[in-house]
Design a protein around this ligand. Structure first.
Ligand SMILES: NC(=O)c1ccc[n+]([C@@H]2O[C@H](COP(=O)([O-])OP(=O)(O)OC[C@H]3O[C@@H](n4cnc5c(N)ncnc54)[C@H](OP(=O)(O)O)[C@@H]3O)[C@@H](O)[C@H]2O)c1
Length: 346
């Protein structure tokens, strides 16, 4: 059977998530990048601003974004702009008949929740209702039928994948609040110049930020069907990329011997989630540059607390890789297309 080729646009290709989309899609057998556009600050060949992409052939030049030009040249578009800018553009493109994956937080939450956690005016609720939450391990069928997908946040992806097998399996009342200790590499904050991201600030330091107020908190609770209350602590690691989550859960001790089997069967048909054998732990370096998520669990008999660890690349499964996985599902392709490859250990 001849496969229909898909013309793909990337809005925001000079950002961290956008440039990873260009890199992934260049390896896709049935997708062609047909449109690249940003704010207008960078125009011309993408290799002029991103030298590692210089030798990719057949890429269009980067232009200033125009909805009409994008809709004309694409069947599907990724919109990877800052929250507050991205969602409205994604919706406009969807209205023009383009299938869209939005990587920002603008389409993930109901309006009132978004307003409270992002401190910004949301899009209209009827617009938000059109977007499907794009976590394939939870929502594969809905994504395949969607024309507008809200790609999950990076911390949210790592945390939800770590905890989702417990939903409907443990007694949430008995579990009580779940502590999630989450750490991210500096690219999680985007490419714009910010003082706290300069080498002299970030190197040799470590501290929590947005304590009690990180905007991925309601996203995680929502994707866990609202059954758990979570306490999320977010911290920046002095490394470029990667997310590591440690979650602490008070499950019924009688369930402890069955937890590993529960995780393994829950993710049996999830090609990117690797539930590690007992005694192993995830590494950020094991997933760097890939769309993989490594998960391990450990029952602590002394405290009767279950530890769940997960690692992803914030730009891979946390952003561009997951966006391409969603696009594959929306186009009827195998969800792994363009996403094979092993991490670079060092
Ligand atoms: N970084 C991550 O790990 C990560 C993970 C998950 C989700 N996300 C989300 O993905 C989105 C992109 O993140 P990022 O880290 O890639 O950001 P970034 O590095 O700051 O890049 C932002 C991109 O947006 C473009 N842009 C900004 N304003 C624009 C406008 N008004 N019109 C057109 N283009 C505009 C910039 O283009 P110019 O260069 O032309 O200015 C740049 O290409 C954000 O919503 C973020 O929350 C990021």
């Amino acid at each position: 059977m001849t496969q229909q080729r898909v013309r793909v646009g990337i809005v925001g290709p000079t950002g961290y998530a956008g440039m990873e989309l260009v890199r992934f899609i260049a390896q896709h057998p049935y997708m062609d990048v047909s449109y690249l556009a940003g704010s207008g600050a960078h125009t011309g060949p993408i290799g002029d601003v991103l030298p590692h992409l210089r030798r990719l052939s057949g890429l269009p030049t980067v232009s200033a974004f125009s909805p009409a030009a994008c809709a004309e040249s694409c069947d599907l578009a990724f919109v990877a702009l800052p929250s507050g800018e991205s969602g409205a553009i994604a919706v406009e493109l969807a209205t023009r008949g383009v299938r869209v994956i939005d990587l920002s937080g603008d389409l993930r939450l109901p309006g009132d929740v978004y307003r409270a956690w992002y401190q910004r005016e949301p899009l209209a609720n009827e617009v938000l209702a059109r977007a499907v939450y794009g976590l394939p391990e939870v929502n594969r069928t809905d994504i395949a039928a969607a024309s507008l997908v809200a790609n999950p946040g990076c911390y949210a992806t790592a945390a939800i994948l770590a905890l989702r097998p417990l939903v409907g399996w443990v007694d949430a009342q008995r579990v009580g609040p779940i502590a999630i200790d989450a750490k991210s590499g500096a690219t999680g904050a985007g490419r714009g110049a910010k003082q706290h991201l300069q080498l002299g600030e970030l190197a040799n330091d470590f501290y929590p930020y947005r304590v009690g107020a990180h905007q991925h908190t309601p996203e995680i609770e929502q994707a866990l069907d609202g059954v758990f209350r979570i306490l999320l602590t977010t911290q920046l690691l002095p490394i470029p990329r990667g997310i590591f989550v440690s979650a602490y859960v008070q499950i019924d001790p009688d369930l402890a011997p069955a937890v590993h089997a529960r995780y393994a069967s829950f993710y049996e048909s999830a090609p990117f989630v690797d539930v590690l054998p007992p005694g192993h732990v995830p590494h950020i370096k094991s997933v760097a540059g890939t769309n993989d998520c490594q998960i391990s669990i450990a029952w602590n008999e002394r405290t009767r607390i279950l530890q769940v660890f997960s690692a992803i690349d914030n730009l891979g499964k946390g952003a561009a890789g997951q966006a391409l996985q969603n696009a594959n599902l929306m186009c009827g392709f195998d969800e792994t297309m363009g996403l094979s490859g092993t991490a670079l250990w060092t």
